[in-house]
Write a protein that binds this ligand. Structure first.
Ligand code: URA
Length: 195
């Protein structure tokens, strides 16, 4: 690190053995979407389906994320989606602090290469690592904070919304807020191409 292109970063990540999660992974789940997007989502870590397919948010929670994106006129090809950790924690447990620490350098590099204007943390794990260690999703979801020229927001993890449908209106309203924020951004001028 630093890497000069997303491809180089992806290749480094594919052979990663920085933490114990590498022992049981099927595939590294690097990230997916538009590497020029103004909007990046950060989830927690791959689940079973993601581990098999090598793509983030392809299971039930992912289908809900797709629906929420469609509600605001987007789809996964127009945004970038990544996770705090790139390998599946066993039995979908929360990634341990040391696993997040081992992996965060890859995420930082993804952010540096993509340069999103908006970062949306999906759920507590990402929001507490990226926004603030005491972030409470139920109280602080939908609030934008500016940091290093980027706007950050935490919202409900789609899997949590599936478990607790009463969170759906709040999740929807956070996505409307994302749409509104996107409208305030200057049109992308095209970022320098990678060497
Ligand atoms: N949950 C996550 O946080 N990330 C995924 O990729 C899938 C489910």
């Amino acid at each position: 690190m630093p890497y000069s292109s997303m491809q180089e970063l992806k290749e480094a990540c594919a052979g990663c053995r920085r933490c114990g999660l590498c022992e049981e992974r099927t595939k590294v789940v690097f990230g997916v979407g538009d590497e020029q997007s103004q909007l990046m989502f950060i989830g927690e870590g791959p689940g079973e389906n993601e581990d098999i397919q090598g793509e983030p948010f392809v299971g039930r929670a992912g289908k809900l994320l797709d629906k929420l994106l469609i509600t605001i006129g987007l789809d996964r090809s127009k945004v970038y989606i990544a996770n705090m950790v790139k390998c599946r924690p066993p039995h979908n447990r929360d990634p341990l602090p040391e696993e997040q620490e081992a992996c965060i350098g890859y995420l930082r590099e993804q952010v540096r290469l993509i340069q999103p204007q908006l970062i949306v943390c999906l759920g507590r794990i990402a929001a507490q690592r990226i926004i603030s260690p005491d972030f409470k999703v139920t109280r602080q979801h939908g609030q934008w904070i500016e940091r290093k020229g980027m706007n950050l927001m935490g919202t409900f993890h789609p899997a949590a919304v599936l478990r607790n449908q009463s969170q759906m209106p709040a999740a929807l309203s956070d996505f409307i807020s994302i749409q509104e924020m996107l409208l305030t951004l200057p049109a992308p001028t095209g970022k320098p191409t990678e060497s």
